[in-house]
Ligand binder design. Sequence first.
Ligand code: KG4
Ligand code: ZN
Length: 349
Amino acid sequence: MNKRAPTAGPEAVSAPILGIETSCDETAAAVLSADGVVLAEAGHSQLQEHARFGGVVPEVAARAHLSRLPAMVADVMRRAGVAFSDLCGVAATAGPGLIGGLVVGSSFGKGVALAHALPFVPVNHLEAHALTVLMPGLGEPAFPYLLLLVSGGHCQCVAVLGLGRYRRLGTTLDDAVGEAFDKSAKLLGLPWPGGPALEQLAKLGDPAAIPLPRPLLGRPGCDFSFSGLKTAVARAVAQGGRREDIAASFQAAVAAVLADRARHALRLMPDATALVVAGGVAANAAVRQALAGEALRAGVAQEAPPPRLCGDNAVMVAWAGLLRLRAGLSGAVDFAPRPRWPLSEMTCA
Ligand code: KG4
Ligand code: ZN
């Protein structure tokens, strides 16, 4: 069955796609139908493997991906009731991320694609986060929209102009926001990764109790900075502040800064239809609430994928692959994984 014509340009895709994610510490695989419905998905977070080191160890991550991915792919294919030869293509994260994991996932994907004469789609992990909200049944905002990408490795305001067309409006000058959550959580004695644990602790605290800085708030542009905030958390801990109050005050400061930066970015994008928040930190309720207020003020929709699709997952990778195949944009099987792959270097042809 020819599921995809070899020429470039918009195409009807009529078969399911397999997606693979291995760029950091989540091993994941998913099968989506041609219209983007999830047929089967699986994910294994390597938290236990890395917890005793207090962070992701690249070699440990690569080995864990290698040991889990083959069985996981077989499992999602079986549950989806799809044979490899029935797929329209294979999408795998090819960057940015930790090179060992990227090599494991993309090599596996290329192997399946070559063995079954399918297109291979090298997916940019950031593009996958950026496009998740376009999945059927989610917000489905129209281009252009403002993306606030807030994760453990990234903190950016991005103008999403179309598939493969991105303009970075601002980024962090030091730590990513998820990193700030993780480091502050560690200072509070919480287990890694600290974001979700800090959010729980913050529920028991007073967000106005500890005066913490709000770095770059009100400054022109939409860059971020979080290292000063983390230092202030360290000071508050050393001074014996109540842990719950420090957590709540930290979270309030982060939410205020993200809202302020989003406000500035929206001013740079007067034609934006929506404010979309994605990445692991988008699971945080206080952050979502602050951004919803900002979107309301700017008169645009606020969209965020459901929390389970905010963190790393293979559904978003399969979806990005599907959109690329539909646009006639499959990649080459000799695409070399890219540990650094800014969205501004994406191609749309
Ligand atoms: O997108 P993601 O799963 O992985 C990448 O970094 O690409 O994001 C993980 C980050 C971690 O720093 C984690 O602490 C943070 O997202 N995070 C949260 C929450 N859930 C995850 N931060 C704050 N509140 C949360 N509920
Ligand atoms: Zn991510």
